[in-house]
Ligand binder design. Structure first.
Ligand code: ME8
Length: 487
């Protein structure tokens, strides 16, 4: 059985998840479910990033100890993923003793390699992004990523010789043209690496909420090194069975602001430890809300659980993946969600199922297929899009098929047909519905399961996407998507 290992970033638990976190996690879930449909043995990892200054500050503000604070929020994340139907296989937490133990082991390995040295760090630090910046990188004296205040740090630290890996990284990108994805983000990374790499400070002396740095216990390990290692500690590197089976990862999914850490720092750390880098880094775009970056002070942070409660988890999942191509930036608006729900889900998809099931339930003759549907599901095209992580294109192809099936209903007018002719039309339509329940499954698992149930069957595998002998007893259930008032 082919193995497939996919990860999301581990999210900072300074607050509950918003739609940005939900987006990456849902997209990864869609890809994981797709690979399970293909018959792959999938390991889907998500989790929480719980150490560092940012979390420590949030815990203090909440009047809690850091551990108590992160324990509470890890549960909030797990609950959210349950409500959004995220089928992760393992939830990693960086405050987990097993993770901490393995991080120490890895960093000790880096130390023994000779690529760590002690030096003076002097520069700017953004606590919100847990990132170091040079004076030149700042924008109007603030963090170039999030626009927040930065602070000047001067301390003696241990450094990782990132600069040593410049050529090795460039060679690796060249030999592995699919590593940096999507393609349009690759040049930015390559150009920055070509321009030269600065060594990376990988310890903090002032930050106590972190993993102890084994060679010098007066330091903790920089939170980003701790965090990146989750991708292998969750597999029980170095000796675990899962590590042997699933490393290197097939794809790490995240948004563009942390592409650098994944595409440059992570492979360099792995090279230093004598390990293989992941196969692909996929950095998608950013959601804004009503045209603005989401922030508490603007008051436009959207809660994914509110959206799922209001419009259904499947409608929310569908909207996120249909509204913008995976990779690009886009804008979230509830109005746009309602429009897609009312038209594409209720009128097009829901109505197709409803019409077909109503007819099938009433029909008491023999449903048999002699007239093949003229329109065929482009399963090859969908497979190609899904394998290339073009989720938007795959959905577009699936909905072309929905449109063709609706057209078939309008053209054949089965309600006016009788006996054999009606049996043939129903055969085609029921098979179209069954096949749709398979390809829609990664995106809208609940809907797919309901459709399969109404067809008297279970959601099939990809191999079962071909029309076959019909042998199901249809029992129509409730409407799959109800229109909502656009307000
Ligand atoms: O960066 N649009 O965690 P984080 C789309 N702990 N995606 C968004 C988004 C938006 N507006 N906002 C957030 C960290 N995301 C580190 C990661 S991994 C070893 C350590 C998603 O809580 C997107 O995936 O800030 C982004 O990369 C991630 O949340 C950042 O989550």
């Amino acid at each position: 059985m082919p193995k497939f290992y996919i990860t999301t970033p581990i999210y900072y638990v300074n607050d509950k998840p918003h739609i940005g976190h939900a987006y990456t996690t849902i997209a990864a879930d869609v890809i994981a479910r797709w690979h399970r449909l293909r018959g792959d043995d999938v390991f889907f990892l998500t989790g929480t990033d719980e150490h560092g200054e940012k979390i420590m500050k949030a815990a203090t503000a909440a009047g809690k100890s850091p551990q108590e604070f992160v324990d509470g929020l890890a549960v909030v994340y797990k609950d959210a993923w349950k409500k959004l139907n995220i089928s992760y296989d393992y939830f990693v937490r960086t405050s987990d003793p097993n993770h901490e133990r393995l991080v120490k082991l890895f960093v000790d390995k880096l130390y023994k390699s000779g690529d760590l040295y002690k030096g003076i760090y002097e520069g700017w630090y953004c606590v919100s992004d847990e990132t170091f910046f040079t004076q030149l990188q700042l924008r109007d004296g603030k963090c170039p990523e999030c626009g927040k205040e930065v602070k000047l740090i001067k301390e003696e630290d241990y450094f990782f010789k990132l600069s040593k890996y410049q050529q090795r990284l460039l060679d690796f990108y060249k030999e592995n043209p699919d590593f940096l994805s999507p393609k349009f983000r690759a040049d930015e990374i390559k150009n920055r690496v070509k321009a030269g790499l600065k060594d990376l400070s990988i310890t903090r002396s002032a930050v106590k909420w972190g993993v102890e740095f084994p060679p010098d216990k007066s330091y903790t390990i920089y939170v980003w090194v701790d965090a990146l290692l989750n991708y292998v500690t969750a597999l029980d590197w170095p000796d675990g069975k899962r590590f042997g089976e699933f490393w290197p990862a097939d794809v790490h999914v995240m948004a563009k602001e942390i592409n650098w850490f994944h595409s440059v720092i992570w492979p360099a750390l792995l090279f230093c430890a004598g390990m293989e880098p992941p196969k692909k880094i996929f950095a998608h775009g950013w959601w804004t809300v009503d045209g603005k970056k989401m922030s508490k002070s603007v008051g436009n942070v959207v809660d994914p659980i509110d959206m799922s409660r209001k419009y259904s988890t499947d409608a929310f999942r569908y909207f996120l993946l249909r509204e913008m191509p995976f990779g690009d930036d886009g804008d979230f608006s509830e109005k746009a969600l309602v429009t897609r729900l009312n038209t594409e889900l209720a009128s097009d998809l829901g109505n197709l199922f409803n019409r077909v099931f109503t007819l099938a339930e009433k029909f008491d003759g023999k449903i048999e297929g002699r007239v093949e549907l003229e329109m065929q599901l482009d399963i090859e095209g969908i497979t190609k899009s899904m394998d290339n992580i073009e989720l938007f294109n795959a959905l577009a192809k699936i909905f072309e098929y929905v449109a063709a099936a609706n057209k078939y209903v309008n053209d054949t007018r089965p309600w006016a047909l009788k006996d054999e002719q009606l049996g043939n039309a129903l055969y085609n339509l029921l098979e179209a519905c069954r096949v749709l329940s398979i390809v829609l499954y990664p995106f809208m698992p609940e809907t797919s399961e309901k459709v399969a149930k109404q067809l008297g069957t279970k959601v099939g595998t990809l191999e079962e996407c071909k029309f076959r002998k019909f042998s199901a007893k249809v029992s129509k259930g409730e409407l799959l998507f109800k229109k909502v008032d656009a307000g």
